[in-house]
Design a protein around this ligand. Structure first.
Ligand code: ZN
Length: 139
């Protein structure tokens, strides 16, 4: 049921309209499942549960494009550890989820972030995304 893709909505380009700016006062906020604090949506990472191999696996949704139930988490190792310790993901996704992969994804994300100025040329890092397209074809 959640595989039903909405046929590609060009959300990004839709709203560059005549008025050059958008209202700034209504930032959507989300609650981090780790520290339980609310923060702007743009400050937290989205995590979704995907059925992989007959099991729900929590994965990092870096581009916030994946469908499904989402959980939110600060890009902070402490929040991640707390969330895992408290089984916050299990609660957020209403059932057991495998978080091993998420932890790896998360770590890789933080590393990538840190070394953004100096990207490794081609090395395949652990936790690479299965869909390997950096920024193309939103099908
Ligand atoms: Zn947090």
């Amino acid at each position: 049921m959640e595989g039903t893709a909405v046929e590609s909505r060009p959300e990004d380009s839709v709203r560059r309209g005549e008025s050059g700016h958008q209202p700034e006062d209504t930032h959507p906020t989300r609650t981090c499942v780790g520290c339980r604090r609310r923060d702007r949506q743009s400050h937290v990472m989205r995590v979704v549960a995907r059925p992989i191999g007959g099991q729900d696996v929590a994965v990092l949704d870096e581009r916030r494009r994946l469908s499904g139930r989402g959980a939110w988490l600060h890009p902070d190792t402490a929040c991640m550890e707390t969330a895992i310790k408290r089984k916050a993901f299990h609660r957020a996704f209403r059932g057991p989820v495998d978080t091993a992969r998420l932890a790896a994804d998360f770590q890789a994300y933080l590393e990538r972030r840190d070394e953004r100025s100096d990207p490794p040329p081609s090395s395949l890092k652990a936790g690479q995304h299965p869909h390997g397209n950096p920024m193309s074809t939103q099908r």
